[in-house]
Design a protein around this ligand. Sequence first.
Ligand SMILES: [Zn+2]
Ligand SMILES: [Zn+2]
Length: 423
Amino acid sequence: MFFGGGFDGFPGGFPGGAGRGSQKVDNTSLYKVLGLESNASDSEIKKAYKKLAIKHHPDKGGDEATFKEITRAYEILSDENKRKLYDEGGEEAVESGGGGGDAHDIFSAFFGGGGRRQRGPQKGEDLVHPIQVDLENLYNGKTVKLALTRDIICTACNGSGSKNPNANTTCQSCDGHGVKLVVRQIAPGMIQQMQARCPDCEGSGTSIKPKDKCTECSGKKTTKEKKVLEVQIDKGMKHNQKITFAGEADQKPGMLPGDVVFVVQQKEHPKFIRKGDDLLMQQRIKLVEALCGCHFVVEHLDKRKLIVKTKEGELIRPGDVKTIEDEGMPMHKNPFVKGKLYVKFEIEFPENGSIAPEDVKALIGALPPAQGVPPHNEAEEVVMHDADIQNLGKGTGHGRSGAYDEDDDEDMRGGQRVQCAHQ
Ligand SMILES: [Zn+2]
Ligand SMILES: [Zn+2]
């Protein structure tokens, strides 16, 4: 029996149906939604749905929520298994026996409308797998072979799990529903009953006697298969872009297999940073190159060597950014169109004291004149130290170690001063 009685030893129960007894289960609402009695025939259910669905369809100005309610009622009551579950255990029983479909899909399936997915077997879970890809491979494109092990329907028993096609495979424990009513005592005198997956058949509703089990799959209905997928990394694919192999995930009897979905994970590159279809690189040049012209070679992601030169008389200032057209990433699906390559310059200055005094003179002669120092009568001459901008605001003494050992003495004096003030 699906809903067992015999809880007489437990008084009380939960208000709202969580308590004892099957009489509290609501198994009439869905019929009422369609304006029917619980003993309505299949054709009455169909007729009622047809009338109401047309009337309440959102495209005809109906209310979406009402339309969904009607469709949900129809979805359950028009399905022999679901209706049986509902009649015995209410909506809760239907839910634990497998989720609901999309209202619009069900409507389309009923009226034969095109466009949307026809109602059919449920689709299994997608297998989502990240795939690490070098920037080089996203630039040039590449085919990667990946082996995957998946469940396929056993060919020996066609997914029945039984070698004897006439064997009774209905799970005796749950009567083929895949779900069972479980009673739990949650407090003395209080019990809760809930739907749970049948532990004997693991929710499949079928169980096969040992003597009938398929020898190929040992009654599991599926066997393992190793398959190699060729994953095509297209030029210009982006981080998190998905590559889908429809229906290549695990197969399960009575279900459409899910998809295998690879998600591109772009690896970091030591030289180039990608932003959309553009690339950015840093180029360190010497001061002499910044002033007198620079000339360097960039090896690109396809190993081509680009010769980059400044124009005659062009100076590069610290932090300057330049772009090179058509040397960014190829555009996905249109790889002849490319983004830009941005080059950000860093300038390396000579070491202190590395310019000889006579060269300094030559430089002074070559460069625009320095700022003149205005007349100063009452000015003081000061000394500059090397510093870290992080220490800005930290005030006197702190952050300067070694050279100023009186720091401690100062603190002590400060302490004494405070003592004096107290006395
Ligand atoms: Zn088999
Ligand atoms: Zn079972």
